[in-house]
Design a protein around this ligand. Structure first.
Ligand code: ME8
Length: 532
């Protein structure tokens, strides 16, 4: 096993059930985790829930149950949803678990001892919905209303423990400026962060006092609760801070939505720098990459319960049941807001992507090849030999080499849409090859059956490589295809940590002539919308 890969999602608030945004980030992380497993890397994929927010207390009260019960119920809903959707996270952290609480207290204790956390007083504009203070200039800009919920900001004074964020501005500017050790992408987001750091960093309060007991206590001072955001950020570290998991640190990719950039790009690395300089913490290095995506909107508008365009759990299940899990994953991860623009979740677009890429391209091509193999070779993969002249000197392995190169490059830069398209490019090349060589016509000509065999072998071999590249996006259907083509060993190997071997598997010529190719139901039946 060559190297390791550690990928995380944000941990999600448990004031309600999961929705499409939560499923989206987790699905992208799952594609990345599967890709790195395919490469044979020792991969660790973490997701979980952020439970100590005041809005969890409030929504529990509104629903007439205890906070713990409400948190348990919704955390379970997240776990069930991710399991149902085939997410392959290696752990699910809940911030109410002892393993997390104990470590957060130990990190804060270390920072108290080193002086990076100290007791002081704070006054500012507080956004209760977001659980964060809004700086004076931003508060003024938004007319003292929450930029997120539009609710009025509240003036608040508190005695707090503070984190000495101001001490880390120069280091962060330097680190982010070079991007060699710690990077934020896309670049536009990095530039936003850099500009804001240049305006100057103030120390930030990291504790709360007040009525609610819900939260992690500041070590040595029971009257203060650690601010939920500080508690939450530490999840990425606390989960792997065990003897057998420290090897995964630091994070290779933190995936987040754009609205939580500041916490992750500034406060989080600054806290890690503060911990790292203490004896014994040399291993607590900075994350490698923080990747920020934009938002899903729905049917052209910001998702809202009032507008009725909210893609909630029921909608997610509806899409998964109607089109299949893979179709939902594929649409989300290849048409989602990975860059700096928002994406529209519209049913018509979903159907178009499903029919074009999955039914008409990948699914149909596999059906054509398996049907012809059944018809002309009794369902046994034929021996390759001489190409028909109409193949026009095509070099299949070159087509594959280029596709794998494009795919790898796109995966490295998290351009999932480009990566999937590179894989689909192989499938499109197979379709063109069939169009050019017309195996069904050749089969009618005397003595041309061996050439038909060559064509079908090459098609099957190309589809085998395409399926490997598509596996992170379409794991269920690709595994079904592997079962039908004698490639089940890939699924077995991938179930083992570090068992993937894409570099080897993608090499040309590994399909065994004579092996069985079962034709069967289409992988992705074409979807015909019901007539109104
Ligand atoms: O912010 N489109 O939790 P959260 C795309 N607990 N992604 C979306 C989205 C949308 N419309 N809406 C939400 C929190 N997301 C904190 C995080 S991390 C230490 C603490 C996704 O439940 C996106 O990944 O509000 C976003 O970052 C996350 O859900 C916020 O989930």
């Amino acid at each position: 096993m060559s190297s390791k890969f550690y990928v995380t999602t944000p941990i999600y608030y448990v004031n309600g059930e999961p929705h499409i945004g939560h499923v989206y980030t987790t699905a992208i992380a799952d594609v990345l985790a599967r890709y790195h497993r395919l490469l044979g890397e020792d991969t660790f994929f973490l997701t979980g829930t952020d439970e100590h927010a005041a809005k969890v207390v409030d929504s529990a009260a509104e629903n007439g149950v205890s906070t713990q019960e409400w948190a348990d119920r919704n955390a379970q809903a997240f776990q069930d949803t991710f399991d149902r959707l085939g997410m392959t996270h290696d752990d699910f952290i809940r911030t109410t678990q002892d393993r997390h609480i104990e470590r957060v207290q130990s990190y804060v204790k270390q920072l108290l001892d080193s002086g990076d956390v100290y007791l002081g007083e704070y006054e500012g504009w507080y956004d209760a919905g977001q659980e964060e203070y809004v700086p004076e200039n931003k508060a003024k800009e938004s007319d003292y209303k929450s930029p997120v919920s539009d609710q009025p900001l509240v003036r608040k004074t508190e005695k707090n423990y503070f984190f000495k964020l101001s001490a880390y501005g120069d280091a962060l500017l330097q680190l982010l400026g070079s991007g060699d050790v710690f990077d934020v992408q896309p670049t536009a987001r990095k530039n936003e962060v850099l500009a804001r750091i240049r305006e100057g960093l103030n120390d930030i309060p990291i504790s709360r006092t007040g009525s609610s007991d819900w939260g992690i206590k500041v070590p040595g001072d029971d009257t203060h609760t650690i601010y939920v955001w500080i508690d939450a950020l530490f999840n990425y570290l606390s989960t792997v801070d065990t003897d057998d998991r420290r090897k995964y640190w630091s994070t290779d990719v933190h995936l987040i939505g754009k609205e939580i950039l500041w916490f992750h790009a500034v406060i989080w690395p600054a806290m890690l720098l503060a911990l790292n300089k203490l004896p014994g913490n040399e291993w607590i290095r900075l994350p490698r990459l923080l990747y920020t995506h934009s938002q899903w909107i729905a049917e052209g508008k910001k998702m809202s319960k009032i507008l009725g365009n909210f893609i909630d759990l029921a909608q997610i299940d509806h899409y998964a049941e109607t089109f299949g899990l893979d179709a939902l994953r594929y649409f989300l991860t290849t048409n989602g807001p990975l860059g700096t623009t928002d994406s529209d979740f519209a049913e018509s677009k979903f159907i178009e992507v499903y029919n074009t890429d999955l039914a008409n391209t990948f699914g149909n091509c596999f059906s054509r090849v398996s049907n012809m193999t059944a018809r002309y070779f009794d369902g046994k993969l034929p021996e390759p030999g001489e190409e028909p002249e109409s193949a026009n000197g095509i070099e299949h392995d070159r087509v594959i080499d280029k596709a794998v190169r494009d795919y790898t490059k796109a995966m490295k830069s998290l351009e999932l849409s480009k990566a999937a398209d590179a894989a689909m490019g192989i499938v499109r090349a197979v379709d063109s090859y069939i169009e050019a060589t017309q195996p069904f016509q050749l089969a009618k000509q005397d003595g041309k059956l061996p050439q038909v065999g060559t064509v079908l072998y090459n098609c099957a071999e190309s589809l085998r490589v395409a399926s490997l590249l598509l596996w992170p996006f379409l794991p269920e259907k690709v595994q079904e295809m592997w079962q039908r083509t004698g490639c089940g060993h890939y699924a077995d190997a991938l179930a083992d940590r570090g068992g993937g071997d894409l570099d080897n598997w993608r090499q040309w010529g590994q399909s065994q002539p004579g092996s069985e190719i079962q034709k069967g139901d289409p992988l992705f039946p074409r979807f015909q919308p019901a007539k109104a």
